[in-house]
Design a binder for this molecule. Structure first.
Ligand code: C2E
Ligand code: MG
Ligand code: MG
Length: 705
């Protein structure tokens, strides 16, 4: 930058000198020429003669010499002045430029601008531009630092990767989660922290587009479950393209889920599968037997006079007896058998892989007798000797029945037969034993006429807010008031209705009845809260279900937002793919959706999250023992916590005692229903409660004091 400046300064100096020298030389030459011409003219005119021209010539030469000296002196002076001017010019130009040059280098090196910068003259504009650049750089740097601080302060692990998965950036939480340092992570691929078991199935593109659950392997080799969400960043600059992943440890949640599933499927006393799990396994075993062309047997075992042990020695002794007996049964069981506790003192035993073409009865009788012998051995509970026997009924699949419900029913009928024979014996099922089945058939034909004869009744059970005891709505529960039989509970006739198409007729009756009752209440109480209606799988599967709901709401002039549809966890998961769009449509209509009997199904919470449900109802069975069994207490606590974490409203069913209420309130469970607040009641009684509340009276004041 200096070279052109100096050249310019020197050429300026040379130009000044040259101009001065040329000007003087020009003057000398002109002047000299004029003099010579004048002398020549005067000599020619004879004005001057003789030596005068020579003298004049001499004078002229002397004058020329003087002028040359003058020229030399003038030239030197011009040189000095020129150089001075050039030096001054170069100094004036070079000074600010040097400062600006230093400033530019300082900026390039990321340092602050040196002070002061030229404020006037040619460099001022450049200085202004430089300080503008410096300000913008400082601003950008501050933003970058702020973004860094944001990423670092995120409690979840953040990984920023290139489009090929190479990690470019990770935060401190990522280092804590994986055990690798941030620098180490930045030389790794995202796939390389995915645990080996998940790596073959790991699809980077998919992970970058969705939320997923997978496992990471930490530096120390530990495998941890994580929930990860990915998203991609596009843009013109290829260097900036890539994906960002946010992950967090879900070990606790997974553990809680496993615990829930365990508690929900295994009997906490005997540690064998409970009825639910046993039925599930039985269903799978039936499918296996069908595929393999084999048979299976179900042994239904019921203790004789177990009630006497409870009554005579107390419940603790009863529990201990059950523990001892189940241990004995397990020790006696051959391979390919499975034991489950079906109810209080009833056990089921599943024997698989029996040949279909041979009679296995002899072998089964032998097994059953061995079990009875084991059970009949006396044992001690406390210092009491206890003697116990059992009755066993056996049904075969597919010979007697080919589905879970019928097989259990048949084995139960055979067990009842054994009991009728005095107990401590074994019977095989025969069709004559099925008095129950006959009853069922009769009931089914009567149910057909129930709707026409107006034998169905809708009851309402209040739902209460556990903060302050205010009534926030009700659950509609159906009864069949069969003359001569009293009220038949829905658990008995809904399955019958589901076997035929009656369920759609009954379902529609329920919906209309509830909407009518709700409309009636609204005439007295403007806001009766939300009323929930139970739905069965068959109802949801009907093509016309949603349009029918819509027209019932319209015809009866009630808004869908006042209603909640309860769907059991099992129903949801039976046909999840088909349920999802249906539920979305119902939700869009304004209806609130809830998962009923939560804890009794087999779904993972992650799977249930896909549904647009707003409420989780904890099954009554868990609430019942929450204050007496620590397992159930843990289960209820976990469900409440998980529900709350997922932003769901949690309702506890079947609250019967003040202790259960206190326990649930401590957990922060939102709503509750149960005998403590009232059994299911007729519509008028429910309206009375709503009116009472509208008048400002607090019905449950004492319970919430
Ligand atoms: P759910 O939906 O879980 O209903 C709760 C059940 O617990 C009701 O039994 C209720 O009467 C009972 N309950 C409530 N509080 C207590 C309590 O404190 N202690 C005890 N031991 N039980 C309590 P319910 O009315 O017999 O109904 C049984 C099931 O039948 C219901 O279970 C529901 O799944 C089904 N259901 C009821 N009404 C309908 C209906 O209109 N349509 C369909 N599809 N199913 C229905
Ligand atoms: Mg319900
Ligand atoms: Mg329920």
């Amino acid at each position: 930058m200096t070279t052109p400046l100096r050249t310019r300064a020197l050429s300026t100096a040379a130009a000044i000198i040259g101009a001065v020298v040329l000007a003087i030389a020009f003057l000398i030459v002109i002047d000299h020429g004029i003099d010579s011409r004048k002398v020549a003219e005067l000599a020619a005119q004879g004005v001057i003669a003789g030596d005068l021209p020579d003298q004049l010539q001499e004078t002229r030469r002397a004058s020329l010499q003087r002028r040359l000296v003058f020229l030399a002196l003038g030239g030197s002076l011009a040189l000095v002045i020129g150089l001075a001017v050039a030096w001054r010019l170069a100094r004036r130009l070079e000074g600010p430029q040097e400062t600006l040059r230093e400033a530019a280098w300082a900026l390039a090196a990321g340092h602050p601008l040196p002070e002061p910068l030229p404020e006037s003259g040619a460099g001022a504009e450049l200085a202004q531009a430089l300080s503008g650049i410096s300000d913008r750089l400082a601003e950008k740097e501050a933003t970058a630092r702020w973004l860094d601080a944001v990423v670092e302060s995120i409690g979840e692990a953040v990984f920023v990767t290139a489009p090929d998965g190479a990690i470019r950036r990770a935060n401190a939480a990522a280092a804590r989660l994986t055990g690798w340092t941030v620098d180490e992570l930045c030389s790794m691929d995202l796939a390389s922290i995915v645990a080996e078991q998940d790596r073959p199935a790991f699809d980077f593109a998919k992970a970058a587009a969705t939320a997923s659950e997978l496992t990471f392997q930490t530096r120390s080799g530990q495998v941890i479950p994580v929930a990860m969400t990915g998203s991609c960043m596009g843009g013109d600059d290829p260097a900036r393209r890539g994906c960002i992943f946010v992950a967090h440890d879900i070990t606790e949640r997974k553990r809680a889920e496993r615990r829930i599933r365990y508690l929900a499927r295994y009997d906490s006393l005997t540690k064998v599968p409970n009825r639910l799990q046993f039925q599930h396994s039985l269903q799978q075993a039936i499918a296996r037997a069908r595929r393999a062309g084999r048979s299976l047997a179900l042994l239904y075992l019921d203790l004789d006079r177990f009630k006497e042990i409870n009554d005579n020695f107390g419940h603790a002794a009863g529990d201990r007896t059950l523990e001892i007996l189940s241990e004995r049964l397990i020790s006696q069981l051959p391979k390919e058998t499975m034991l489950g506790r079906l109810a209080g003192d009833e056990f089921g035993l599943l024997v698989e892989n029996l040949p279909r073409d041979q009679d296995s009865r002899a072998a089964l009788v032998t097994l059953a007798r061995e079990l009875l012998e084991q059970l009949a051995r006396p044992f001690h509970v406390g210092n009491q000797e206890v003697l116990i026997t059992a009755s066993i009924g056996i049904a075969l699949c597919p010979q007697d029945a080919d589905n879970v419900v019928d097989l259990i029913r048949d084995a139960d009928a055979a067990m009842y037969h054994s009991k009728q024979n005095g107990g401590n014996s074994v019977s095989f099922y025969t069709p004559e034993m099925s008095a129950v089945a006959v009853e069922r058939l009769m009931l089914k034909s009567k149910l057909r006429r129930a709707v026409e004869r107006d034998e169905l009744v809708m009851l309402y059970q209040p739902k209460v807010h556990l903060d302050d005891g205010r009534v926030v709505g009700a659950e509609a529960l159906l009864r069949w008031r069969l003359p001569g039989h009293g009220d038949i509970p829905p658990t008995q006739f809904i399955p019958l209705a589901e076997e035929s198409n009656l369920i759609s007729e009954i379902g529609e009756w329920v919906l209309k009845r509830v909407c009518q009752d709700y409309g009636d209440w609204q005439r007295y109480v403007p806001q009766p809260g939300r009323v929930s209606i139970n739905l069965s799988l068959k109802q949801l599967r009907q093509a016309e279900f949603i349009p029918r709901c819509r027209s019932v709401f319209e015809d009866l002039g009630v808004s869908p937002v006042n209603f909640e549809l309860e769907i059991t966890e099992t129903t949801l998961m039976t046909d999840a793919r088909r349920m999802l769009p249906l539920l979305d449509e119902l939700k869009a209509m304004g209806v609130h959706l809830s998962i009923d009997d939560f804890g009794t199904g087999y779904s993972s919470l992650a799977a249930l999250q896909q549904f647009p449900v707003g409420t989780l109802k904890i099954d009554r069975a868990f609430v019942q023992h929450a204050v007496s069994s620590s397992d159930d207490a843990t289960l209820v606590r976990t469900i409440v916590e998980m529900g709350r974490n997922l932003g769901l409203e949690v309702v506890a069913e079947g609250i019967e005692t003040a202790e259960q209420l206190a326990f649930l309130r401590r957990l922060g469970c939102h709503l509750g229903q149960g005998r403590l607040f009232g059994d299911p009641m007729a519509t008028d009684a429910m309206l009375a409660i709503l009116l009472e509340q509208a008048r400002g009276e607090k019905r449950y004041r004492l319970l919430f004091a």
